[in-house]
Design a protein around this ligand. Sequence first.
Ligand code: HEM
Length: 468
Amino acid sequence: MHRNEQRGNFCPYYPQPRKNKATLLKMFFSARYSWLDALYERSYRMKIGEVHLPGIDLYMVNAPEAVRRVMTSDAGRFLKSPLLGQALKPLLGESIFTTNGHQWERQRRMMDPAFAQARLNVSFPVMSSAVDDMLARLAGKPDGAEHDVEIEMTHVTADIIFRTIFSQPLESDGARRIFNAFTRFQALSPRLMLPSLFGLRWLVWPWDIWRSRRAAREIRQLLASLIRPRHTAFLEGASEQPADILQSFMEARDSDTGAHFSFEELVDQVAMLFLAGHETSASALTWACHLIAQCKELQQRMIDECQSVAGKQPLQASDVRSLELTRNVFRETLRLFPPVGFIARQLQSSCTLGRKRLPDGATVVVSPWLIHRHREYWQRPDLFDPDRFVAEDARESLRQAYLPFGMGPRVCLGAAFALQEAVLILIRLVSSYELHPVAGHTPIPVGRLTIRSANGVRLQLHRRSARP
Ligand code: HEM
């Protein structure tokens, strides 16, 4: 770990890229463990690169103008790649995350209202209660104890999304079973996806397929058992229904036909939301805690800002929006450790991108991980520096080369929700505890479904005597 005393910041560890491109076989075996290990030095400098795998032509697109075309101006030609969809389909069915064309447009129109800005105020008290519970869990351990914050962050974010969808906490038996089955499903996903990417589908173990489908079936059955009584009550016109996301999805109507989501569609969308709504946030928050723990002074600055905004009063949604430093800490974490490390699209008809001619059906990968650490687009790309978000000289980099939530029509539906939740969790945690790194423990980033740590993120939490 390299410290830069001048700015008081540091370079968190990440796997050093190999000097040269690996052979296909080496690439496959490295990527099986973590796709970050398949990258090489030029990956962080090139504009558009290409790899030809058996059965798949893959183009890595880093150049900002080409990224904008793929994601925004020509998005209709670059549709969601089936790669992720195939692995997630048993769980997510035809959810918004994987659909394309008219089906996606209809789903997006029906789901947008549940994430409108106004709804954030409604979800704020729900988030606050889940954070209260997180702090109560932490208080149950001795002062100065070591914690694996990945476990805590996964718990609190799963709890928040569960409460926001169903108006009930994760603690119930059914919710716990859903959560456990999700963990099993996620662990298996890369093993199912990678061989397809290399055109080696026959390498997928039938045992893994069976286990993944079984976990997906279990999750869907449990979710269906929670949705069923609410759906029945809705169809019967029950008046007393909680104002949660499930309710918003049930009320939504197709603007052309006036039809509601079917029961199956509701299960698809809820399953997707549970996955998208906690896996990504948990990953980013875990890295944020790791980064914050290295910077004692930064923790104090976060507390000072919070005190000047809210004094000793409990935090309100509007206060959270004013916590600029904490928000920049989280945004900088998303730059260095973007949970969605790559975004895959499939080209519908051949075209020229930059100076390259891409064939029909090519897979185009836009990697926030590479773009956010690109040597030409960022100054000090590997340095953790939350203040770059207010620095004049970083404006252009942020405009051109920052996309943790994607961009264009398929930009993350939950971005504002995720930011509100993250700022709240981080400031409440830092206000209650001093975060300290554990000597000798260096988290190793690995690229799987999201960017996680291979060895967890262990921190010591010391209670602050006077809580703001
Ligand atoms: C830090 C947290 C998060 C990050 C970094 C993140 C990132 C992303 C990215 C990069 C995409 C675009 C994928 C693509 O273009 O292929 C996406 C899509 C999506 N995200 Fe998030 N996300 C986060 C949190 C959330 C949360 C909390 C929710 C819901 C509560 C959510 C719901 C969705 C949905 C529904 C989509 C699909 C949108 C569509 O295809 O129309 N995300 N997210």
